[in-house]
Design a protein around this ligand. Structure first.
Ligand SMILES: Nc1nc2c(ncn2[C@@H]2O[C@H](COP(=O)(O)OP(=O)(O)O)[C@@H](O)[C@H]2O)c(=O)[nH]1
Ligand SMILES: [Mg+2]
Length: 361
């Protein structure tokens, strides 16, 4: 039997990981076998830790997006099929990635038609950000978000709890001006509103049939290169009990104080210790606790993952995140046994396949 692949894209911080893990948990509860593939330009991924920590069968493609690392994506998907034989694999591409119809869905439909069926492309759009920042392609980041909406088959309009019903109507009109065929489904991962409607798309037999949209790869590369991409991992061994929530809040506040909220695409930290797990995020001006397992206090063997995607040179971002992490640890009397990190700007996307409708026919 063919495995159904569901691609859930959308800009950094839009709500993809929250939606995917919630849907996977709901479908598993209903007796389905589900697996997840995460993706990032870097390593030591908060999203993969978060998903694994919930007991979800998770793989990740690291060091580049699905389109550029397509053979790795297929390798992971086949590995998951061999290991757990899932009915559905939900895949989250990097938030700055677009042109997914041509570079991921097209190759799956054409080259791997014997193994997979592919669901319609779902793009998650943060309603509060769309309201404040619009969908104009004029700025570089705007170009990416605009293209993501242009190619969407469904727009999952997240964070409906942060805006009014009137705002939702206004954003829906703006989405329709970009892509009149897109079906818009507002939802909230906080209140649960609209969640079942998105779940019904994922857990259906619907397949992708939208043609790829034109794209300027130079602009795409420039837009991605605006972002600094920081990944770090701190390890503590035999730590005495400390407040993990306080540690993460202080680090995120320190990082945020150095940038304007529009520059913070997504900064996220996850701490896993012998006694607890805590994940928190900063998206624009909003700091939120995404999950706490066990108590707020950590002790014993501790791993802290730090991922920040911020409009900045990699040098400046590395310096500001490192200082924030080191100062807060020192201030709380914690000395790391290991601290490794890396910071870069994504290199220009070079998709392994790019299949357009004409070639497909
Ligand atoms: N208020 C609100 N916050 C949300 C919602 N969905 C996700 N978030 C928060 O948005 C932030 C980014 O979510 P995440 O799923 O990591 O986004 P991703 O980068 O697209 O994978 C986290 O702090 C989430 O808790 C939602 O529907 N409402
Ligand atoms: Mg994510």
């Amino acid at each position: 039997m063919k495995t159904r692949i569901v691609i859930i894209g959308g800009f950094l911080g839009a709500g993809k990981t929250t939606l995917i893990t919630n849907m996977a948990n709901a479908m598993i509860k209903a007796g389905k076998k589900i697996a997840i593939i995460m993706n990032d330009q870097g390593t030591d991924l908060v999203d993969s830790q978060y998903s694994c920590n919930q007991g979800l069968e998770t793989c990740d493609v690291q060091g580049g997006c699905f389109c550029c690392q397509f053979p790795d994506f297929i390798h992971d998907a086949k590995g998951l099929i061999k290991k757990v034989n899932p009915e559905i694999i939900i895949a989250e591409p990097v938030g700055s990635c677009t042109d997914l119809l041509a570079t991921v869905i097209g190759p799956l439909k054409v080259v791997y038609a014997d193994s997979f069926t592919v669901a319609p492309l779902i793009i998650v759009l943060d309603a509060s950000r769309a309201l404040n920042e619009g969908l104009s392609p004029e700025s570089l980041r705007g170009y990416l978000r605009h293209h993501q909406i242009e190619e969407a088959e469904y727009v999952a309009l997240s964070k409906a709890d942060l805006v009014t019903k009137g705002d939702i109507r206004k954003i829906t009109r703006t989405i329709k001006e970009v892509n009149k065929e897109a079906r818009v489904v507002p939802y909230s991962s906080v209140t649960g509103e609209g969640f079942d409607r998105i779940l019904a798309i994922v857990d259906s037999g619907k397949t992708s049939n939208r043609s790829p949209k034109d794209i300027d790869y130079d602009l795409y590369a420039k837009a991605e290169a605006e972002l600094g991409w920081y990944n770090g991992k701190v390890e503590l061994k035999g730590a005495k009990s400390f407040d993990a929530y306080d540690l993460i809040t202080r680090i995120l506040r320190r990082i945020s104080s150095e940038y304007s909220s529009g520059e913070i695409a997504h900064a996220k930290l996850m701490l896993v210790s012998d006694t607890n797990a805590v994940k928190m995020s900063q998206v624009g001006p909003n700091l939120s606790v995404d999950g706490v397992k066990g108590s707020r206090n950590a002790e014993g063997n501790v791993a802290l993952y730090i991922n920040a995607r911020i409009v900045s040179s990699p040098e400046r971002l590395k310096d500001s995140v490192r200082r924030a992490v080191k100062d807060v640890l020192l201030d709380m009397g914690l000395s790391p046994n290991q601290f490794k990190d890396d910071c870069f700007s994504p290199s220009p996307p070079k998709p392994y396949y790019r299949i357009t409708k004409k070639e497909e026919a």
